[in-house]
Design a protein around this ligand. Structure first.
Ligand SMILES: Cc1ncc(COP(=O)(O)O)c(C=O)c1O
Length: 490
């Protein structure tokens, strides 16, 4: 972590873009909107000044795929700020980062150990890499007096078990923090995996802020992971689709990584997106601790107010070493509401738009970009909702449970070609059959079922309220009734 370091105030890519647009008189190159002049006027009213910076690889602006000028300089500053060896700017989100990282490391038939809570981009990368997988189930928090369950991080013992069962695995792929903000014990896990000769890839899409405040959980970079992917647009102030890929140590072939980055990303990467990464890195390096301090202090104060009004509405089962304080999980069951009902009240009555909703929860995702009054207004709204509940009852307690079989067998990852087989079946007929397509509720984008996994009655119980509330589920089609594609044989 680098704070208040003089050179971190520099924004070489952003500066070069501003200088370029002032200098260039006639654009005889792409993009065709010609510094915004060709835009539809309605769009130009909002995007006009930005479009002036939507440039391409003209002299002086470097080239993301062969960086040796201002982009290289901006990436070096980022590596220094995040405390890693090399950083690559991504314009295809953490999705692109996960694809590039995994394809750079995994060869066909390699076995990889993967946290079962991984985002669909990780599973998609394994399809493209033609890998074999062993999955590890995260721990689960159960509400003792209710029905809610929340997946936590991956336990060191489960990873240890996977390493013992899986000889000659190539890589360990973890998601930390999880979508809900749970962080695994990365220093211990990375050490174990390295001792066993594995490359460690951490999808830290929800953790770009972690290196910049000492009270936040440790980032995978500091924990020694080989490849770390962070969305800049989730927990930081980057434009949507921006992300960083960090690499350190000698285990990863850097040339192959550059090649896979070229394969998965556009040959015309957006300069607006890249400039946003340059600016955000400077902001975090120079002011991150101060900005995060303000946010964390106000969040803590408002959390106490909420606890006083209704203990247990905000799920904080753990200390901040493993639960990111920037993610608030609201336990709607505490108010005798479903998550969908609570989400609707917050949105329709108070204009509060949440990150995602399940039957029992609403997830609020904060960042240093929020005005601190947002937190007070949200807690005011929640206190109002609490006041309308006739009888609250006692706060629920939570219990941590480990899966009885946390580690799967080694499984072949079905290729797209193999996934052509199968027939669509109604959800009730599908029970007991193996699904062909991933079934993924979006958000959070973690497959509920992976190809080859067996559709069970409990999946209908999970999917029905989600589908009834109009939430997108990839892998389910609607043709008079909901259907899923399954292999005909049981
Ligand atoms: C854990 C995780 N990884 C990766 C992604 C993909 O990130 P991006 O939207 O930056 O492509 C997401 C998106 O929600 C995510 O939650």
């Amino acid at each position: 972590m680098t704070q208040n370091n003089d050179d971190q105030a520099a924004t070489p890519l952003l500066d070069a873009l501003i200088a370029q647009q002032k200098h260039e008189r006639i654009s005889a190159h792409v993009p065709g909107h010609k510094q915004g002049h060709g835009l539809l006027s309605t769009l130009a009213r909002y995007a006009g000044p930005l479009a002036q910076l939507d440039a391409t690889e003209v002299p002086g602006l470097d080239d993301l795929h062969h960086a040796d000028g201002v982009i290289a300089k901006a990436q070096q500053l980022a590596a220094k700020a995040f405390g890693t060896e090399e950083t690559y700017f991504l314009v295809a989100g953490s999705t692109g980062g996960n694809l590039a990282a995994i394809l750079a490391v995994v060869d066909p038939s390699d076995v990889v150990i993967v946290g079962r809570n991984a985002h669909q981009s990780v599973w998609n990368a394994l399809v493209l890499a033609q890998a074999q997988r062993v999955s590890v189930t995260p721990v689960v928090w159960h509400a003792l007096q209710g029905h809610a369950k929340i997946a936590g991080g991956l336990s060191v013992t489960a990873i240890q078990e996977a390493l013992v069962c899986t000889k000659q695995a190539r890589a360990l792929i973890l998601t930390s923090p999880s979508y809900d903000g749970f962080v695994s014990d990365l220093p211990a896990i990375v050490q174990l995996a390295h001792q066993a000769g594995l490359i460690v890839i951490v999808d830290e899409a929800h953790g770009v802020h972690l290196p910049f405040h000492p009270q936040l959980p440790m980032s995978a970079i500091a924990a020694g992971a080989d490849l770390v992917i962070q969305s800049a647009h989730k927990m930081g102030a980057g434009f949507t689709q921006t992300a960083f890929l960090h690499v350190q140590g000698s285990r990863v072939d850097r040339l192959r990584l550059q090649e896979t980055l070229r394969i998965v990303q556009s040959s015309s990467p957006s300069y607006l997106l890249m400039a946003s990464l340059d600016a955000m890195r400077s902001q975090l390096a120079c002011h991150g601790e101060e900005l995060l301090n303000l946010t964390l202090t106000e969040l803590e104060a408002q959390k106490l107010r909420l606890h006083e009004a209704c203990q247990g509405l905000l799920v904080d089962v753990l200390d901040t070493a493993i639960q990111d304080p920037m993610k608030w999980i609201l336990h709607a069951e505490r108010l005798h509401l479903t998550g969908f009902e609570l989400e609707r009240v917050l949105r329709e009555q108070f204009g509060i738009y949440s990150e995602y909703t399940s039957e029992y929860h609403v997830l609020l995702s904060w960042s240093y970009g929020n005005a601190t009054r947002d937190f007070k207004k949200t807690v005011d709204a929640l206190i109002h909702v609490v006041s309308q509940v006739p009888s609250l009852g006692r706060a629920m307690s939570w219990e941590l449970r480990h899966a009885s079989m946390p580690v799967s067998d080694v499984l072949h990852v079905l290729t797209l070609h193999e996934r052509k087989a199968g027939a669509f079946m109604s959800l009730s007929l599908a029970v007991g059959h193996r699904v062909v397509d991933p079934v993924t509720i979006y958000p959070p984008g973690i497959p509920l079922l992976l190809p080859g996994e067996t559709f069970q009655k409990e999946h209908i119980e999970i999917l029905t309220p989600v589908l009834d509330n109009g939430i997108r589920v990839d892998g389910i089609v609607y043709d008079e009734e909901y259907q899923v594609r399954c292999l005909a044989s049981l």
